[in-house]
Each structure stands twice: as C-alpha cells, then as structure tokens.
Ligand binder design. Structure first.
Ligand code: ADP
Ligand code: MG
Length: 404
C-alpha cells in the first residue's frame, strides 16, 4: 500500500475518507461522548494540510434512515457537531458543507485554499453510499471524484464495508493509505502472525446479527471465546434457556448451535455468562436483580453480566498472553449496568501480553472508566473491521487501496 508520503499533495484537492463515527449522547444533549476517533484521525489531516493540500474530508455518522438525501438530512445525525470538535482539536477552521456531492460541497471545496480543510456532510445521507447495487455506488463515486484530485483512505473502522466512499471512489483517483490505517494494520498483523497463547477473544456489544457470523471463523484463531453483552442471549437460548426480553436473534440459534459443536470438536473453549443483571426495562433507573443465566424471568431483559461471571471471565484472562476485545459486556452507558464492562476492562490492564480493544463503543467504554489508553496494548478505531481482519477476510477498503 502506498502511504501519503509517496504522493504529491501540495496544491491538490485530497479527498480523505476518515472514520469520525463517534458515539453521541442521543437521549440527552446530542454531545459527542467520546472523541477518540476524531483524535485518531487528526495526524493525517494535519500532515496533509501542512503539506499544502486542500483537504476534503468524507465521513459517516450513525445509521441515517430515509429514502433520499433530503429525508435523511432532515432526520440526521448531521456531522456538523463533529466539524465543530474537529475545528477545536485541529486549531484551524474546518469549513462545513451541508451536503455531500451537491452545490454546497462544490462551493465549499471550490473556495478552499492550499492547506485548507473542509468536511462534507454525512456520506450516509446518500443512500447510494451503502447500496448493494454496484452501478448505484459507482454513480455516487463518480460525483465525489469531481471534488478531488487524489484519494486518501484513512477510515479504518469502515474498511470492511464495500461502500462508495470506501471501495468505489479510490478506483477513480490516484490513491494512498493514511497513517491510521497503516498503524492499525501493523498491530492487527501482530495478532494474526504467531500470537502468544493462550489467545482469548472477548465479544459483546449490541449487534449480534453482524457479529454472530464471525464467531465461526474465530474458532481457528482463538483458544478461548468469552461471550457477554447482547450476543450472549442467543447462545443462552441455544442452550434452551429462557431469555425474557433480552436481545435475541432467534434465526441465528441454529448457527450458534453449530458454532458451539464445532468449538467443542476443535477444543476451543466458549465461556458464557453464568449469571446476569436483568432489568424491568431499558432505562438507566430501571429496577434490576442478579439471576442465574438459566433463570431469566420472562418479563425481564439482560443488561449486564453478573458478579459470578465477572469472576469467571477474570479467571479465564489470568494466563492470557494475547487478548482481543470487541463489544461492551453490558449497557455501560447506564452507570448501574456498567460494572461488568468495567471489571473486564480492569482485568485487561493486568494481562501480561498484548491487549487490543476494538470498536467505537468499546473504546468509549474503557475511556469512560478513566482508564488511560496506555493501560492497553492498542485501542483500535475499528470493531467490525478488526474482527474481520482477524478472521483473515479480505477487506474491500484495503483491497481498493492496494490495487493500482
Ligand atoms: P462496538 O462499537 O465497540 O463495536 P457495538 O456497537 O457492537 O460495540 O455495541 C455497543 C453497544 O452494546 C453499547 O451501546 C451497549 O449499551 C450495548 N450492549 C451491551 N450489552 C447489551 C445488552 N445486554 N443489551 C443491550 N445492549 C447491550
Ligand atoms: Mg458501536
């Protein structure tokens, strides 16, 4: 992969795909709750600007809904709040375009001078960005290509997505990989090439349908899988337990059963919660109790791992020499249900080996506990992207940057 040091950017318009998908406090103020991904994106923006490029940043935020740009723009979330934070952190005005490939983008980019920085509105306001239809994505990519002379890919968190700004656009312009992507790949390589064992993978979070698919492939990688958070309920259901109102992917139960059988054959340990914190409903002040994993009341939902599970997971981490963790083990945003995620984050700081935490919410969680980034081997900006890399999958965004 070419790096940005290999390309000439002075006086040229550089279309930079960054990952600025930061968690927002959507129930409250709409403020950014963890700006780690913005900070991680700064070095390349600075470097390009210092070298006299006209930097045009493309990024997504959240999962906008609606039929077209107008509907999605009305529903949000807008990247404007990110532009404000970026301006503060960069110490330099970041011009904001109110659309992606429309009149505002053209005017904003046209007005940039050498070293200037602009941020385009949420790429996912254009439904074509994430379209499965190659020609729809290609049309959007062609419109975006009008705005730049060079493409730089630095959004590691989205390299596993075959999307217009990640996969199709680099094919239309001279391109290079940004420093963040190169650094992330360098760390993940260490996890795939002769990792020290035992190698423990911890999985949690709220996107079981995205992540259940990857577990099968991790059986060839890890010695132990510790499973908590939203995806654990599908495992508990596969064991025949009642899971009440907890997150459940009923159509994945069969897949999970075959994964468990395969793990047993291969001698990979799958460690599930033995007790859980269950709440009456999804709210910070919901009434909650701890119950055994096989006794979840039908009218309750699991929101955290319980104290026995915290101790069990800690014991499974004591001798680990490599750990990869993606996905909070409970609804850590609500202090009452953060104990499980916090306990495991603290255990990780004691591991004698390489510890990598991946994922926007996972990174936000460990930082919210006041743990320094330096307490871990690496905090990756990519959750899904890191997982797919570890599985040995080809990542479209990396392929696009590798291809001439
Ligand atoms: P990452 O961003 O690190 O990849 P995800 O986006 O998959 O992680 O998941 C993060 C979310 O998972 C958090 O917002 C957290 O509240 C939620 N979560 C964790 N455990 C549960 C649970 N038991 N029920 C509902 N949501 C959960
Ligand atoms: Mg997330």
């Amino acid at each position: 992969m070419r790096s940005i040091d290999d390309i000439d950017v002075a006086g040229r318009r550089v279309l930079l795909r960054s990952d600025l998908n930061v968690p927002l406090d959507l129930k409250g103020s709409g403020e950014i709750t963890d700006d780690g991904r913005i900070r991680a994106s700064l070095p390349v923006i600075k470097k390009l600007s210092d070298r006299g490029a006209r930097v045009v940043i493309m990024a997504h935020l959240g999962r906008p809904k609606g039929a077209d740009h107008a509907e999605r723009a009305a529903g949000g979330p807008s990247l404007h709040v990110v532009g404000v934070r970026l301006t503060e952190l960069l110490g330099k005005q970041v011009e904001f375009a109110a659309d992606l490939a429309g009149p505002s983008a053209a005017a904003t980019v046209g007005a940039l001078t050498d070293g200037g920085v602009a941020l385009l509105e949420n790429v996912r306001f254009e439904p074509a960005e994430t379209s499965k239809d190659d020609s729809e994505r290609a049309r959007l990519a062609a419109r975006l290509a009008e705005l730049g002379d060079v493409y730089v890919g630095d959004g590691f968190g989205v390299v596993h997505r075959k999307q217009a700004s990640v996969y199709d656009l680099p094919a239309l312009l001279p391109h290079a990989a940004g420093d963040l992507i190169l650094a992330e790949v360098a760390v993940l390589k260490r996890l795939t090439e002769k990792p020290a064992r035992p190698y423990v993978v911890i999985l949690g979070g709220s996107k079981p349908s995205d992540k259940l698919g990857v577990i099968g492939n991790l059986l060839g990688v890890a010695d132990r899988l510790l499973i908590g958070g939203g995806m654990s309920y599908t495992f508990l259901a596969a064991l025949g337990y009642e899971v009440g109102n907890s997150l459940l992917e009923a159509d994945q139960i069969e897949t999970v059963r075959s994964v468990m059988a395969e793990a047993e054959r291969r001698g990979v340990e799958i460690v599930l919660p033995t007790d859980l914190v269950v709440a009456t409903h999804f709210a910070p002040d919901a009434d909650s109790v701890v119950v055994p994993a096989d006794a979840i009341p039908a009218d309750r939902e699991g929101v955290d791992i319980g104290p026995d599970t915290r101790a069990l997971f800690a014991a499974k981490l004591i001798d680990a020499r490599t750990v990869f963790w993606n996905g909070p083990l409970g609804v850590f945003e609500f202090p009452a249900f953060a104990a499980g995620t916090r306990a495991i984050a603290e255990e990780l700081t004691k591991v004698d080996g390489l510890t990598v935490i991946g994922g926007g919410d996972s990174a936000a969680a460990v930082r919210s506990f006041g743990l320094a980034d330096s307490a871990f081997g690496h905090i990756s900006t990519g959750g899904g992207a890191s997982l797919e890399y570890l599985e040995g999958k080809t990542l479209p965004g990396l392929t696009a940057l590798e291809t001439d």
